[in-house]
Design a protein around this ligand. Structure first.
Ligand SMILES: CC1=C(CCC(=O)O)c2cc3nc(cc4[nH]c(cc5[nH]c(cc1n2)c(C)c5CCC(=O)O)c(CCC(=O)O)c4C)C(CCC(=O)O)=C3C
Ligand SMILES: [Fe+2]
Length: 370
């Protein structure tokens, strides 16, 4: 008789994502939701709106999440894990508050959250926790008694995240012309954030860049093991917004491609390590803009796959959920993680990834919703 996995005290898993428009009429209201109170220049918003209109006003992110949802449910069922999976977004339907209301009405009391962002930062972690707190407040105001909500630890260095990324890079190298393959550079790319946000990311600061560097190093090592070739690599940034006088993480991916060309690099693989699935940043900023730049430069470039709904990632989510459940029951489960940083913290401490203006944040120390 195989072991029945024990998720107690948890009784539901919440897939928490960004959300995106599903048609042209959604684009402007979606952007208004995203940018409310954030001081993003009007021109930047119009520009980003155009990226969505170029794809019929449809972001790929919701379809990606539906596939992930399905993969998680199938993986849980196949392993006898009885943990219902719900999906809610911060910025578009299905909205987080509606999903948490459904979870509350179904009688669930302990919810574990999987955010579709693998790294620490204000935008990638605390902002999700602030939105959880807002939704819990809204439900409380409706007279409901919402469940306790926790968040899974960062998974950037989990084998179930790293292995699919590494396989994607190996596959992309295989798509490059044989003559330039061996000398190809690996261009790991992630969302730029303000320098100030990078400095204060995580419990001790600096976690956003440190986590990306470790993940990139581990993937580059896995690629070397698979191909026998030590490809040079670098971490670069994309999708910068905000006013130009505020410093954000650099170099930009397109500038880096130009530098590679100038240095006579024969080819490159762009590895969108900062993104869990094919978001608009991948489809537009990389596949449209950066690949056009590469073409203009005459540099052969291929973009490698995101993790998406890879079965190894779904299995990693199951493993992380069971790990956290065991920890909550007072046990000491194995906590798998590769690299120099070790497994990330389970509970964000009070000052983790601080916002410019402090707001209540759930699923961490100091949450008003214990
Ligand atoms: C670190 C990070 C992630 C990765 C972690 C995670 O995945 O959460 C991420 C993801 C995403 N960002 C997304 C979309 C947008 N982000 C914006 C604005 C911003 N992002 C920022 C950072 C991040 N963003 C920042 C510092 C800003 C500036 C304003 C602010 O401080 O908030 C804007 C406004 C326009 C603009 O300024 O570009 C849009 C439309 C979508 C949906 C894409 C789709 O539809 O597929 C996704 C997954
Ligand atoms: Fe963003």
């Amino acid at each position: 008789m195989p072991d029945v996995p024990d998720a107690s005290p948890y009784d539901a898993l919440l897939l928490l994502s960004f959300g995106g428009p599903e048609g042209p009429d959604d684009v402007v209201p979606f952007l208004e939701n995203v940018t409310r109170g954030r001081g993003i220049p009007r021109e930047r918003l119009e520009e980003v709106g155009q990226h969505y209109f170029l794809f019929g006003g449809v972001s790929p992110i919701n379809a990606q999440n539906r596939v992930l949802l399905d993969a998680l449910r199938r993986d849980f069922a196949a392993h006898g894990l009885d943990l219902p999976v719900y999906w809610g977004n911060r910025n578009w339907a299905p909205y987080l508050t509606d999903t948490l209301r459904e979870i509350t009405r179904a009688g669930h009391r302990r919810v574990l959250t999987l955010a579709t962002s693998a790294y620490a930062s204000y935008s990638g972690c605390r902002q999700y926790r602030e939105n959880l707190a807002e939704s819990l407040a809204a439900l409380t105001a409706e007279g409901l008694e919402p469940p306790r909500v926790d968040k899974l630890r960062h998974y950037f260095n989990h084998p179930g995240f790293l292995d699919p990324v590494a396989d994607g890079v190996v596959a992309s190298l295989g798509e490059l012309p044989a003559a330039v393959r061996e000398g190809a550079h690996l261009v790991f790319t992630t969302h730029s954030i303000p320098d100030a946000a990078a400095d204060s990311a995580g419990p001790e600061g600096g976690a956003y860049v440190a986590q990306h560097l470790d993940a990139a190093r581990l993937v580059a090592a896995a690629v070397r093991d698979a191909t026998g070739v030590d490809h040079p690599w670098q971490l670069v940034y994309q999708s910068r917004s905000g006013p130009p006088h505020i410093p954000w993480l650099e170099p930009d991916v397109c500038d880096h491609l130009a530098e590679l060309r100038a240095a006579d690099a024969p080819a490159a693989v762009m590895v969108p390590i900062g993104f869990v699935s094919d978001h608009m940043e991948v489809l537009y900023d990389l596949d449209t803009e950066a690949l056009a730049k590469a073409e203009e430069l005459g540099l052969p470039v291929v973009r490698s796959a995101t993790v998406g709904a890879d079965p190894r990632f779904a299995a990693a989510v199951r493993e992380l959920a069971l790990e956290r459940a065991a920890t909550e029951r007072g046990g000491c489960p194995e906590r798998r993680a590769r690299g120099a940083l070790g497994p990330s913290h389970d509970v964000c401490p009070k000052g983790c990834c601080p916002a410019r203006v402090e707001r209540p944040a759930a699923a961490g120390a100091g949450s008003p919703y214990p």
